[in-house]
Design a protein around this ligand. Sequence first.
Ligand code: ADP
Ligand code: ADP
Ligand code: ZN
Length: 215
Amino acid sequence: MKIILLGPPGAGKGTQAKSISEKYCIPHISTGDIFRKNISEKTSLGVKAKEYMDKGLLVPDELTIDLVKDRLSKEDCKNGFLLDGFPRTVKQAEALDLFLKSNDEVIDTALLIEVPRELILERMTGRRVCQLCGASYHVKFNPPKNEGICDKCQSNLVQRKDDNEKTVKDRLDVYDNQTQPLIEYYKSRNVLSTVDGTLAIDKVFEDISSILGER
Ligand code: ADP
Ligand code: ADP
Ligand code: ZN
């Protein structure tokens, strides 16, 4: 099962990805999480990526595509994977298709989580993420059992530096200009499915499960 998650920042991709990955036993690959790990470890990739991420801009395709190809070549991706936050440009999507094609593979489903722009700012500014496992919470919509602590691994929750009003607006513009075209890209390949991301987290997951099928 090879799945891509599409949708604007704050749509709930990361939140749903954790549940999909558990239910279908496929690795959750978030390019944002990989970049953030590199930033905290101060690798050369991290230093380069930080410049763009802090401004809400996309990290250049060359850096991102190589990173994903590397990750998809690992043993745990043999039976499928769930990509969250990649591809984000048509160039990335084409590179992914080409890479899969070389192994006679294709993307099975591109899942679009739809949320209107008006709802996004509140989601993003109230988001808190686990420093260790990347789990996503919300101070109002999905609070952890103990304030500031991850339910899953007990690590500290933090607010991402790019989850402020100004950067979120810039990220939404970047989404409209560079990522939105992917909806048409996957629609024309007959693999696009859409869910209503304004529903409650559990309900969105039910809808996703009925698209992906029970296991
Ligand atoms: P993305 O990975 O698409 O940027 P996240 O999964 O991190 O989005 O979710 C963004 C924020 O919105 C988080 O604070 C999360 O807890 C919250 N959230 C996710 N899904 C829902 C939902 N269905 N309803 C309300 N809030 C949600
Ligand atoms: P969100 O969950 O809010 O959509 P991500 O964690 O996916 O955010 O991404 C955070 C930042 O990491 C992006 O604003 C961008 O700078 C960088 N990034 C993540 N994935 C990609 C990608 N596929 N291509 C380019 N930049 C990326
Ligand atoms: Zn955690």
